[in-house]
Design a protein around this ligand. Sequence first.
Ligand SMILES: NC(=O)c1ccc[n+]([C@@H]2O[C@H](COP(=O)([O-])OP(=O)(O)OC[C@H]3O[C@@H](n4cnc5c(N)ncnc54)[C@H](O)[C@@H]3O)[C@@H](O)[C@H]2O)c1
Length: 433
Amino acid sequence: MRIAVVGTGYVGLVVGACFAETGNDVVCVDKDAAKVRMLARGKVPIYEPGLEDLVRRNRTEKRLSFTTRLPDAVRHAEVVFIAVGTPTGEDGSADLQHVLGAAKAIARGMRGYTVVVDKSTVPVGTSELVRDVIRRETTHPFSVVSNPEFLKQGAAVEDFLKPDRVVIGASDERAATVMTELYRPFTRTGAPIMVMDTASAELCKYAANAMLATRISFMNEIANVCERVGADVDKVRQAVASDRRIGAAFLFPGVGYGGSCFPKDVKAILKFSADRKYRFRILEAVEAVNEAQKRRLLERVDKHFGRSLKGRTIGVWGLSFKPRTDDMREAPAIPIIEGLLDRGAKVVAFDPEAKEIAKRHFGKRIRYARLAYDALVGADALLVVTEWNEFREPDFRKMKRLMKQPVIFDGRNIYDPDYIRGFGFTYTSIGRP
Ligand SMILES: NC(=O)c1ccc[n+]([C@@H]2O[C@H](COP(=O)([O-])OP(=O)(O)OC[C@H]3O[C@@H](n4cnc5c(N)ncnc54)[C@H](O)[C@@H]3O)[C@@H](O)[C@H]2O)c1
């Protein structure tokens, strides 16, 4: 099929590259000219495992191209995906200006029957708004479909190629058939394609993210109780997770959830529920717990060093909101580092992929280590903020030699407390004795 994808970010680029991979002819559009120039040269502007190879191969084989000219891309497309951002607006709702702006531009570029697919995460009712916008701009026939995306950054390509399920919200059979055909190659191993009404499809995505955020905040609460009753959250988590009704995913305590989705999607569902006179109490708590959790590591630091960190150097491992991505949107590392700077510390941070993005945020206020161990030289303490694999089995003897004081605050529970204390470290983690 001939496909256009509007918005070439973490979602749009993966969607475009994966549909090209199954033989479709895909044009990716972005208004960011620098991004498009880079992609057109075969360079991928974000870090996402496996994506660069996919983009390069499909570009070389001429199934994938990039442009800033939306009308050109839409003119030839049978299916147009909207994959632009839906950031939090001032009142907590999802800001739909990019989605509706894209819909208007798509309508103006259409030259015949087109399936317009909303891939962005949008509140219930948005497909109606998109339909109204398009109807005002064109006389060509079209369908609007809601097709929420469930990929996770860090494993986005794999998630897209092998989805747990595909959700299609469509109000007409013609569009549902086109979408089912498009996704058939990805669901051959039996993953279901779930066709439903658009309102249910739109809500699916928020319900899934809200549930995952709830699990994280719930486990953070359990960890906080563990600390007060002398229990070990690792043991509790493993026992709870082995219950088949519960399962192991998203039950790790830490420094709170971040990223471009959970914080904004929790806010958005709270807002559109409140707009319909429904107070979503659990999610209010999930959000409040998460905000408090981001401060936990700093509270530990205060307890150890006192409120001032003047004259102290603190190493930080991990800046991205989770491993295997360079994305720092709403990353817990941001408030944690700001807190360290407020207390007068010198911060030396290391992240395998997020350094350039961190520079845009912190500028020269912190130093950026080239290697993980460089962040430890002369440090009074190390804070582990993101659980990149390469932090899991470091050379503890070398770490101790490099640091001024052997103190570790582990926000992700990646070390065994007894083992690491055996090297002479003062070690604090989340919810463990
Ligand atoms: N990031 C994720 O893991 C993830 C997962 C599932 C769903 N989502 C949802 O997908 C949507 C996109 O997320 P993202 O992380 O890819 O965002 P992103 O910010 O990385 O990318 C959005 C892109 O859209 C471009 N854009 C905006 N308006 C445009 C326009 N009118 N024409 C052309 N390009 C335009 C921007 O320049 C940007 O490159 C959001 O609604 C998000 O909630 C994200």
